[in-house]
Design a protein around this ligand. Structure first.
Ligand code: SAM
Ligand code: SF4
Ligand code: F3S
Length: 458
């Protein structure tokens, strides 16, 4: 496969011993961060650094962080601690940190104070400044903290070194205006900004030419794409334009769409398009209306169910997945029962389930009636158990069916299997030749489980 940006020419830089300089980026969090890391990698590559998977070999290590829940932050703190010994053995090593965690002023200060071995701290809004910041650090040999409080204009045409594979991430917008009361994202990613359709289309055309088979369009709420651009530009229109891209592109996915903004026109465009996959990830978060209201989600259980019904009528074989939070402040047993009832009514193909976690600076963190940890733990177990059973039942129906699947790679746990995905985003394990990676094949489902299907190529 010809991947232009992975083959970007660079003038390797070397140290005084004539040794090439290496970088490593450790990415935490969601696909937005993964995409940002590709841009960080592209810039480092243009500076002459070579990617390594070996921390010991690295001359620069960047941690691209997440703060959506405390567990995410704890993982980063663990990594920061581990790198201390390496820095003392190798003083010329540059350790940098960026991403959502550093965008919180208090956390950035804490990192500087607790981890002096981290010498470069920047935020989500100035990743394009990486080469400049490294240059300054090398010149001045003193720690740099440079975090922009607010977002600047979108910077197009930054170098990018994508992760090798058959699918590529494409950011279509940045930031979020929704301010769900539990969520830190709008505070660390800024307000919604949409990329111009022409820039997105050109990027996707380029990716198709390079041989990518699938693109995943990224935004915190892709349904509000274009609201900040000229009238007449919306997400449905963008999908129509991208559906016409030629050159081997077979699938278009997107992440994440907000149930409140999912229009009938969007469902129609998806149902009539060729490449947009029949998978709807519609985070519902909770089933109880009073909880949804206090979460500031902008829909009720009834309107959500209506949306699911519309999707099922117009796209009958669609899969529907979701995100769910238990233990939001003030969630009563009755509210939780509404969530359990909702999963029975919708019968999601899969769900990401989370225990509510206080995020400092968000309105929900200040709400008085926080749910005790024990109750949250009981509720999440109950929810996971039931949802797993539903996922298993939904997968059972697939037995004996034939799907067109895209072979994406080799299974890590058992490399004798290939991993493929249906258009509905179900993982299918197959026996087959590695040459098939990147191919669309027909597979019959021979076995079903909760998390994946087994199949055979026909
Ligand atoms: N923009 C997307 C949306 O609206 O669904 C994704 C946002 S977030 C990166 C992914 C998921 O994390 C959310 O859908 C929510 O379920 C969960 N989440 C966000 N903040 C949380 C918190 N404070 N505690 C627990 N889960 C949280
Ligand atoms: Fe967070 Fe809500 Fe924005 Fe998603 S839509 S990123 S949950 S504030
Ligand atoms: Fe985490 Fe930031 Fe994504 S907080 S989930 S990396 S937008």
């Amino acid at each position: 496969m010809n991947k232009r940006d992975n083959k970007m020419d660079n003038q390797d830089i070397v140290n005084q011993d004539g040794k090439r300089l290496h970088y490593q980026i450790l990415t935490f969090g969601c696909q937005m961060n993964e995409r940002d890391s590709e841009i960080l990698a592209g810039q480092l590559h243009e500076m002459g650094y070579t990617r390594t998977g070996d921390l010991e070999e690295s001359d620069i290590i960047i941690l691209n962080t997440c703060c959506v829940r405390e567990t995410a932050e704890n993982k980063v703190w663990g990594r920061i601690g581990e790198l201390k010994a390496l820095k003392s053995r190798k003083p010329e090593l540059i350790i940098g940190i960026c991403g959502c965690m550093t965008q919180q002023a208090e956390t950035a200060k804490k990192i500087r104070h607790r981890a002096p071995h981290v010498e470069l701290i920047f935020g989500t809004h100035n990743i394009h400044q990486l080469p400049e910041l490294i240059g300054k650090l090398m010149e001045e040999r003193k720690a740099i903290i440079d975090i922009w409080e607010t977002e600047g204009d979108i910077v197009e045409n930054l170098p990018s070194k994508r992760v090798e594979g058959v699918k590529a991430y494409v950011s279509i917008m940045y930031g979020c205006n929704n301010f769900c009361t539990y969520c830190i994202v709008p505070y660390v990613r800024g307000r919604e900004r949409s990329r111009r359709p022409a820039d997105i289309i050109a990027e996707v055309e380029g990716l198709a030419e390079e041989g990518y088979k699938e693109v995943m369009l990224l935004g915190q709420n892709v349904n509000s794409y274009g609201k900040d651009l000229d009238p007449g530009v919306d997400f449905a229109g963008l999908l129509e334009d991208l559906d016409r891209v030629n050159g081997g592109l077979a699938r278009i996915r997107y992440m994440t769409s907000h149930p409140r903004d999912f229009t009938d026109r969007l469902i129609d465009v998806i149902s009539s398009s060729e490449k947009v996959c029949e998978h709807f990830h519609l985070p519902v978060q909770a089933g109880g209306n009073s909880v949804l209201k206090r979460m500031n989600r902008g829909y009720t259980k009834e309107t959500y169910l209506k949306l699911v019904e519309k999707i099922r009528i117009r796209v009958p074989h669609a899969s529907i997945t979701t995100d769910l939070i238990v233990g939001f402040p003030g969630e009563t047993e009755d509210d939780f029962a509404e969530t359990m009832d909702l999963i029975e009514k919708v019968r999601f193909d899969a769900a990401f389930t989370f225990v509510y976690n206080k995020r400092s600076g968000t309105p929900a963190a200040e709400m008085s009636d926080q749910v005790p940890a024990e109750t949250k733990s009981e509720r999440i177990q109950k929810l996971i158990q039931r949802q797993n059973a539903i996922s298993h039942e939904k997968n059972l129906v697939e037995l004996g069916r034939t799907h067109e699947v895209l072979v994406e790679g080799v299974n890590r746990a058992d490399p004798s299997f290939l991993e493929a995905r249906t258009r509905t985003n179900k993982l299918v394990l197959l026996k087959g030749d590695r040459d098939m990676i990147g191919e669309m094949v027909k597979a019959r489902i021979t076995e079903t489980g909760t998390w994946h299907l087994d199949g055979e190529i026909i």
